[in-house]
Design a protein around this ligand. Structure first.
Ligand SMILES: [Zn+2]
Length: 507
């Protein structure tokens, strides 16, 4: 039997991997796996000392299947992973090895994953074997795709070669989001092996990406918190402080684990509802402004600079912008900036806009409404025409550029009334810390309207547009999301919160 398979370029490996992923979703594949498991059940459960012919049969069985995998051995090993037979996969690979087989990098990578599935610790010989494969791969390829990087870092942590794992992560020039598992494995390794400073370094690096680390990294962090009782509260708070700093909302299952540990350590943690910014459990009003003067100033400077130098000219007519900037600079500061069109297109149309303006006028606020020209005629016929300044922009202009310029030119207490989440303004916030400051600013300066049953539209300056992990006295309030991919969701349901009350003696 000829086991030699030509070396294939890395791109093809990736294509093959996606090909496999597509196949795995098919019903036919599940049926095939069922038949494969039945046919080779003995070998899969007892994979030691299996005759060569049996493995050859298995290989041929897969090759002759309707799937005709590009790299048959990667396919076999991946099936062992899917069906949770790591030792069978390892034995299969040993059979290939004893037949002078030259594995492709995708087969090697899949083979390494099998070691990561093992519950029992690796023997000294196995560790050396795994390490030599990892080194071989990293020496052969100058750049690794994310899948390989994830596998290698996991294995290197497993065999205790964290310096090599760090090298891979530090060399990875692409977006760290793609090597989320690798970074998470490194975080886990450091916290589980008493390397707190390094653990924190990569925890922070991971929190700077939009998803943050995987759950298993949080699990290791929690174990680290529980190791020393007298440091538990401080360590939990450190994590909350980081969530707040980087504007990250954790997933529910992470918060549940942490809440269980906290409840066993003297905290009182319960799910809560936040209504009109007040926690139903501790009855405290959540902080309305998380930005200190220094943070606000930093955000203001960057936002104005970016908006004027880049954003405004990208999205609008420069003449219109110059006119607008002069207009604002002569009339600022405003207390309230209303996104006229956005509110107009809310449930109750012009009534919502009128209510909003009247609401703030009653409080003596100086109001700017930014609208488009087609609103002008309508507004000129209403009694609100003298209650605010109105600036009309062309239909093709991007309103939120105007909103932000007016808000940040006016000052720290100025609020914006808009439902727009201003996602496109993330361009100004490529720095994760600035991005978090922008989210905090939204949380405390941007409000929306609500429609009340029977009583029309009411401007509700208690509805926050963004939700942040935050502390009020001895209580941390933690909003959560359901699953990883929704961490960037800005609007959180009123009941998607936990109230973490700290023990009395550790405020
Ligand atoms: Zn509370």
């Amino acid at each position: 039997m000829n086991l030699c398979i030509r070396r294939i370029p890395l791109l093809q490996v990736i294509r093959n991997a996606s090909n496999i992923t597509a196949i795995y979703k098919k019903k036919e594949f599940f049926d095939f796996c069922g038949a494969w498991k039945e046919k080779f059940s003995e070998v899969l459960v007892q994979p030691d000392n299996v005759p060569k012919e049996t493995w050859e049969n298995m290989r041929r069985y897969v090759m002759d299947s309707e799937f005709k995998p590009l790299i048959v051995d990667t396919f076999v090993l991946q099936m062992c992973i899917n069906e949770k037979y790591p030792q069978a996969g390892i034995s299969y690979y040993k059979f290939l090895e004893s037949n002078n087989y030259k594995p492709s990098v995708s087969t090697l990578s899949t083979y390494l994953k099998l070691y990561g599935m093992r519950d029992d610790p690796l023997t000294k010989g196995e560790k050396e074997h795994v390490l030599s494969i990892c080194k071989n791969i990293s020496n052969t390829y100058t750049s690794l795709n994310s899948e390989l990087a994830n596998v290698l870092v996991r294995c290197l942590c497993q065999v205790g070669e964290w310096q090599e794992a760090v090298k891979i992560i530090e060399n990875y020039k692409e977006n760290h989001l793609h090597i989320r598992d690798a970074v998470s494995n490194l975080i886990s390794y450091f916290y589980e092996n008493g390397k707190e400073d390094l653990g924190r370094k990569y925890l922070v690096a991971s929190l700077k990406t939009s998803l943050g680390p995987s759950k298993f990294a949080y699990d290791s962090y929690l174990k680290h918190c529980l190791k020393e009782k007298d440091k538990f509260n401080e360590r939990i708070e450190n994590l909350f402080i980081l969530w707040n700093k980087y504007g990250l909302k954790p997933v529910q299952r992470v918060v549940l684990e942490i809440s269980n540990a906290c409840n066993q350590s003297g905290w009182s943690v319960v799910p809560t509802t936040i209504s009109r910014s007040t926690c139903a459990v501790c009855k405290q009003l959540l902080a309305r402004n998380d930005l200190n003067d220094e943070e606000y100033e930093r955000l203001r400077q960057v936002t104005l600079k970016k908006l004027i130098s880049e954003g405004m000219y990208y999205v609008t007519d420069p003449k219109e912008i110059q006119h607008y900037v002069r207009y604002i600079d002569q009339r600022k500061p405003y207390d309230v900036i209303v996104d006229g069109l956005n509110i107009f297109y809310s449930n109750r149309g012009i009534v919502a806009l009128v209510d909003s303006i009247k609401y703030y006028k009653r409080w003596g606020k100086k109001i700017l409404v930014i609208g488009r020209y087609h609103l002008k005629k309508m507004i000129m016929r209403l009694d609100i025409r003298d209650m605010a300044d109105y600036f009309y922009v062309h239909d093709w202009s991007k309103d939120d550029v105007f909103l932000l310029y007016a808000a940040f030119s006016s000052g720290k207490d100025t609020v914006v009334i808009s439902k727009d989440l201003m996602r496109q303004h993330k361009f100004a916030m490529k720095d994760p810390e600035l991005d978090a400051l922008f989210k905090k600013w939204q949380a405390s300066h941007q409000y929306t309207t609500v429609t009340l049953k029977g009583s029309g539209t009411q401007l509700d300056d208690q509805i926050q547009v963004n939700a942040m992990v935050q502390k009020k006295n001895d209580c941390w309030h933690v909003p959560y999301v359901d699953y990883d991919m929704s961490v960037n969701k800005t609007r959180i349901g009123n009941n998607e919160w936990f109230c973490f009350k700290m023990p009395r003696d550790k405020k």
